[in-house]
Design a binder for this molecule. Sequence first.
Ligand SMILES: NC(=O)c1ccc[n+]([C@@H]2O[C@H](COP(=O)([O-])OP(=O)(O)OC[C@H]3O[C@@H](n4cnc5c(N)ncnc54)[C@H](O)[C@@H]3O)[C@@H](O)[C@H]2O)c1
Ligand SMILES: [Zn+2]
Length: 360
Amino acid sequence: MSKCNCKLTVELGDRSYPIYIGEGLYADAAYYRQHVRGRQVMVVTNETVAPLYLEQTLAALQGFDVSQVILPDGEVYKTLDVVNEIYTALLTKRYSRNCTLVALGGGVIGDMTGFAAATYQRGVNFIQVPTTLLSQVDSSVGGKTGVNHALGKNMIGAFHQPRAVLADTSTLNTLDDRQFASGLAEVIKYGLIAEADFFVWLEAEMDNLLSRDPMSLSTAVERSCRCKAAVVAADEREAGQRALLNLGHTFGHAIETGMGYGEWLHGEAVATGMCLAADLSWRLGRLPRTDLERACALIERAGLPVNAPEEMSEQQFLEVMAVDKKVLDGKLRLVLLDAIGQAMVTEDFDRTKLHETLSE
Ligand SMILES: NC(=O)c1ccc[n+]([C@@H]2O[C@H](COP(=O)([O-])OP(=O)(O)OC[C@H]3O[C@@H](n4cnc5c(N)ncnc54)[C@H](O)[C@@H]3O)[C@@H](O)[C@H]2O)c1
Ligand SMILES: [Zn+2]
């Protein structure tokens, strides 16, 4: 028996779609019956997730013409070459334009499956079944799909919204502590950019979250998805407000790229990136010192790193940040904080302060 604690909607006109948050959802046929288009379904997952959740997913899809692709596990495999394996499976099985892909796994599987769905025969349906905290609160919602290139993370991609998101919090019980904390970084991000009261809730609830209390988890996923869904509905293509979701990400991507994909987890890099962004905001006279301290303290309590890797020089940061997507017309744009719960985007800031943040 599945239990749905909450259903949200990402409001995008005729492409609107539901996010279900609850327990046992991935194994419940009713959700697939409602959202699968056509008869042909391809479940895309990886070697780690398959032994845990594939069998029950396939059972829930009984009655459809179902097959599966099991990819190698890891950020290093988030490449066009690996997406090609999905195309090959689809073509070998003669899947038509009216098929549905199901992404069963974390953000890597979601981004690659979404990209395959965006491009196979110029676009087919897909359903997100995110199984990591990070993918439940972030990557499965909003329609950004894509892969990495040797010269830059997420540089190849497309916008393609799913038909539905099934965020099953019971799958988080098999996640290791490091991956779980990585997801918490994005949860904290929502508090920092837009939801001061959620940040206060997180300060009070962090111990329960770390022990994976089901109700705390469900609330954290719901509040996060609500925030992301609202931002995406207001600014699907990142013309403005959606850029706030990149708090910590410009610094974070520099760490991920500088250290080599997979060395630092995405959320770990973002956590440190948020501390750097908060530090810069404080140096620029925007963010009160107490807010900087609260932000870093909560990040640290979540078991996340707050300091940049020692191996990385300021020069390395600046080089990678220069090719980041957030650079517009050669100008470095950063998300900064004015308070906990209040972020803004700017390219107009004192470079000497950035130098101080990166060198200290
Ligand atoms: N599209 C977007 O808007 C968006 C937003 C944020 C992040 N991302 C992308 O998401 C990716 C990171 O996602 P992630 O943190 O989920 O990483 P991930 O997909 O690599 O998953 C982390 C690890 O957990 C394993 N795993 C997944 N579910 C599990 C479960 N229930 N139990 C045990 N192990 C499980 C995975 O196999 C993997 O080893 C990055 O590539 C990042 O660029 C995309
Ligand atoms: Zn992120």
